[in-house]
Write a protein that binds this ligand. Structure first.
Ligand code: HDE
Length: 717
């Protein structure tokens, strides 16, 4: 599905009702509030034309400013109140509009509007986010990422508020404030920003062994995605789908990016956070502006309550996945993000996702974490967005009409007519009337039991799936997990916390515990006593799908950013040929010079460097090309920043192509021509000349993303 073009898909006779391509249906509802000031006179908020926007009203040019200057006062007052509270978690985010398109009707399992017809399109707004950092923090922190989708269906809004990791740290909402307090900057000195590598976080999680599984995911490269476009999304909880006969199945939601799952290396993430804290925001924005629309496939794991009862784990426990070997993921549709917001505040900041927003055909389960969320999201909007009418803010308003007897409150916009604001009524003919069976009917789950605080027994098993995750990783990924634990725990100042954490890891894997302990200069402690003396036997012990490498993508180099280094004296013809070849593949080549501006090629051709080695450091690129041309190479040999950038490219296992004379640069940077095992490095291409074959070799190497065989710990370069 992922490979056909948007135009082809639009021609699909099954396209059904929905958006025209490139036109998001939410455009029309939002049009009523769009403002375009082109050709307009400046006014006050009351629409009064403003004569002078430079000077306040004074009694004499050197006299006092007058209180009656309502124009000055309105302007300053509005400015004083521009900020709203940031989200308590997921404060930093970026969003886009798009649509969800259903592959085939799922009417046998759900009446949910987006799944009723093949080709049916439902408009969506998606916000991606980090969790711990503040609104102005960096994008490339090690953290989970939010992946929240608002479906504007004709049956009302459905919010699938997920993460890029399919499990969570805790099992019960009761612990959420503790978890968030522990990971946020420490309260006495407000450090560190957007980082879990500090005492309070590790103190808390090492006392909460249920967090072990999630820790594996966050310490894996999933915690530092390359892009929002190259990460998965998960609904995390088990939800219910309900059909027209009122029959329910359990479901887990999975989003998978067409471009595959790709991450950064830690060294790279740290450097990017300095050079471009907006790295993911910029990447998402630029891809959409360039028409390279991010696309994700939606998959469902569907199983019955009877199936679930037989699993070795509890599907109501959000620290557990349902392995794909047990229940396969069925692709049911795709989501394309094809439009950037017009205004960050109005849309991305004011969008209010709420797990309580479900539509007929989708229902909750008794997951105790989900229960807390159903309360929390609506509640938090009351203070964040200033009252109970946040559903009227344009980005939050459903495309389905709203009719009820809720009235008034701060910032109310709807002008409800008539004297009836209650039900039942006869004065308005009983309207608005109940929908009965056509409305949302909660799944009639039988409930029994005594009121008590506690957990079902299977919740007490904490290590089987942490082990499943670790054992399913490739050696490269396992090494990165060990490195991440080592880094984080090395920032912990209290030895007892480090030791307790490693004793927890000893229940997951000997290799992991030994690797981390060695990195911290300590002996491997005895494993922490598990809460369950006899753990249930897991059904699955290894699952390929848990490795990031399981989803290499569509094999293309689309949207990959490639630095073509240039300097005066460069062989301009080879640069132009490569640039054209890369553009033809959908990649994003940029000419990077010692400074921006014109560069003279050896044949007198003028090139235009739109980036410099200083303003776009090498680690911001997915691959790098060094030019031919003796004079250019001479100039670059004297540039320490370039040589440092080359080392970064090498250390981050990215493709480097050196033409002709620039072999000298590779040598000057000290890049080893062979891998540690003595074989040639497939990502370090030293080519005598630019021709079709050498360009093809380069494109194939870039398509492999990284050349991990180069990696060593510590790095050789
Ligand atoms: Fe959230 N979470 N959360 N969360 N969460 C919020 O809602 C909360 C959890 C997630 O882009 C808040 O509007 C509780 C799991 C995302 O606007 C707040 C619990 C998952 C976003 C809140 C959880 C998430 C939030 C803060 C445990 C993955 C950003 C601002 C019981 C499935 C949405 C807001 C956006 C945001 C509460 C756990 C995902 C405070 C109480 C598990 C993607 O309401």
């Amino acid at each position: 599905m992922g490979s056909s073009t948007l135009t082809e898909r639009n021609a699909n006779p099954k396209a059904g009702r929905g958006a025209r391509i490139g036109v998001n249906p939410t455009v029309d509802p939002l049009d009523r509030v769009r403002v375009d000031s082109t050709g307009q006179v400046l006014t006050t908020n009351q629409g009064v034309p403003i004569a002078d926007n430079q000077n306040s009203l004074k009694a004499g040019l050197r006299g006092p400013v007058l209180l009656k200057d309502f124009i000055l006062r309105e302007k300053i007052t509005h400015f004083d109140h521009e900020r709203i509270p940031e989200r308590i978690v997921h404060a930093r985010g970026s969003a886009a509009h798009g649509f969800f398109e259903c592959y085939e009707p799922l009417t046998d399992i759900t009446i949910a509007a987006p799944f009723q017809a093949a080709g049916k399109r439902t408009p969506v707004f998606v916000r991606f986010s980090t969790v711990a950092g503040e609104r102005g923090s960096k994008d490339t922190a090690r953290d989970a990422r939010g992946f929240a989708t608002k479906f504007y269906t004709e049956q009302g809004n459905w919010d699938l508020v997920g993460n890029n990791i399919p499990v969570f740290f805790i099992q019960d909402a009761m612990k959420f404030p503790d978890l968030v307090h522990a990971v946020k900057p420490e309260p006495h000195h407000q450090m560190p920003q957007a980082a879990s590598a500090h005492d309070t976080f590790w103190d808390f999680v090492s006392l909460m062994p249920e967090s072990t599984h999630m820790l594996m995911w966050v310490m894996s490269d999933r915690g530092i995605p390359r892009s929002y476009r190259t990460m998965q999304g998960f609904g995390v909880h088990t939800f219910r789908l309900v059909n027209a006969d009122g029959e329910a199945v359990f479901v887990k939601f999975h989003w998978s990016p067409v471009l595959g799952t790709h991450s950064l290396t830690w060294d790279e993430a740290v450097k990017i956070s300095g050079a471009d804290p907006d790295y993911h925001r910029r990447d998402l924005w630029e891809a959409i502006e360039a028409g390279q629309y991010p696309e994700y496939e939606l998959g469902l794991q569907i199983f019955t309550e009877e199936d679930a009862a037989k699993f070795s784990f509890d599907v109501l426990d959000a620290t557990k996945i349902v392995p794909e070997e047990l229940v396969p993921v069925r692709p049911v549709g795709r989501m394309v993000l094809d439009r950037n917001p017009d205004n960050f505040f109005a849309e991305t900041e004011q969008v209010a996702f709420c797990t309580a927003h479900v539509v007929p055909g989708i229902d909750f389960t008794n997951d105790p974490l989900l229960a807390g969320r159903i309360h929390s999201y609506v509640d938090t909007q009351l203070s964040r967005l200033g009252g109970p009418n946040f559903h009227e803010i344009p980005i939050n308003a459903p495309i389905a009409p709203v009719h009820n007897n809720q009235r008034d409150g701060l910032h109310r916009q709807a002008i409800n007519r008539g004297r009836v604001n209650y039900e039942p009524n006869s004065l308005a003919g009983g309207c608005p009337f109940q929908a009965g069976g056509a409305g949302f009917v909660a799944f009639p789950e039988p409930v029994r039991g005594n009121e008590l605080r506690g957990k079902p027994e299977k919740f007490a098993e904490h290590y089987n799936q942490a082990k499943l995750f670790f054992d399913s990783q490739t050696p490269v990924e396992r090494a990165h997990i060990i490195g991440a634990f080592r880094f984080e725990l090395s920032k912990v100042t209290v030895p007892a916390i480090r030791e307790r954490t490693v004793s927890m890891l000893a229940n997951v894997s000997r290799e992991l515990a030994e690797g981390v302990a060695a990195g911290l200069g300590m002996a491997v402690p005895a494993p922490m006593t598990p809460a369950l003396a006899r753990a249930p036997k897991p059904e699955v012990r290894e699952s390929d799908s848990l490795s990031l490498f399981a989803r290499p993508g569509d094999g293309s180099i689309r949207t990959r950013k490639i630095a073509l280094v240039v300097a005066d004296g460069v062989d301009a013809a080879s640069v132009a040929a490569l640039q054209a070849a890369l553009l033809a593949q959908g990649a994003v080549p940029r000419l990077v010079g010692p400074r921006i501006g014109p560069v003279r090629g050896s044949d007198g051709t003028m090139l235009d460097a739109d980036a410099s080695i200083e303003n776009e450091p090498a680690f911001l690129f997915d691959a790098m090309v060094l030019p031919d041309g003796d004079a250019a190479v001479d100039a670059l040999m004297a540039n320490g920043q370039l040589l440092e950038g080359l080392k970064d490219q090498y250390r981050h296992c990215k493709t480097i192509l050196a033409f002709g004379a620039s072999q000298r640069l590779v040598e000057a940077a000290g890049l080893p021509p062979t891998l540690p095992d003595g074989s040639p490095d497939p990502g370090l291409l030293v080519e005598p000349a630019s021709n079709r074959a050498s360009i093809a070799r380069f494109i194939a190497a870039v398509a492999r993303h990284r050349h991990w065989a180069r990696e060593s710990d510590p790095p050789r370069v």
